[in-house]
Design a protein around this ligand. Sequence first.
Ligand code: SAH
Length: 234
Amino acid sequence: MMYPITFVSLGPGEAELITLKGLKTLQSADRIFYPATISKDGVQTSRALDILSELDIDANKLVPFHVPMSKDRSLAIDAYNAVSEEIKKQYKTGQRICVVAEGDSGFYSSIQYIFDNLSDSDFPVERIAGIPAFIASGALAKIHIVKQEEELNVVPGIISASDLKERIESGKVVVIMKVSQCAEAIKECICEKLDATYHYFENVGVDGKEYYTKNTSDILDRKIPYFSLMIIHK
Ligand code: SAH
């Protein structure tokens, strides 16, 4: 019996926000590959591991893969290729293998490289859907993210100030991922006093680290971390 390699979405950070299907799949897996980063002083951090531990998943089946945080993307791609080869080896021994990612595993998720590598080489892959961080953010702020005929734009942090202004002024609801990459563009929009509400979130669902504000002066003063996003409404 061979089992498909399953990409399980962990949800945004709060362990209980994984799906029942995702949890059951992790509980019956033989090997679970999870992303981790190693800081300059050698310390491993992994939000995925934090979630897996909270869910009481057997630590003996957990295998980290280290994702270099370098601007040189080729280092990260080499790391994804190496873990893909390891997964292929283990698959061939008949193990039930999972790869996990925070939020939804098919939404701005870097494990896409592993998924593509495996499916391009004709290995059977499956995905289990999860709650992306922006959906959990809407719940935290108690807002309706889009209503009626409103349009939603989800943009990565490479957006320019002029592009962002145009979208806000045309009445689109904008979700910005990886806000730390476009802090200046957002500050420019706030300072121009566009008629908009800026909902700013950090570490949604993470105990002791979660932060939410729609106060623009607090946003302007904030040092923006990697796990942050915005929802902007006109
Ligand atoms: N697959 C994830 C997105 C990964 S891209 C999802 O479905 O949500 C990484 C970006 O996601 C971060 O830069 C940040 O913008 C956002 N993000 C992920 N988890 C978050 C959290 N708990 N709180 C706030 N933003 C988060």
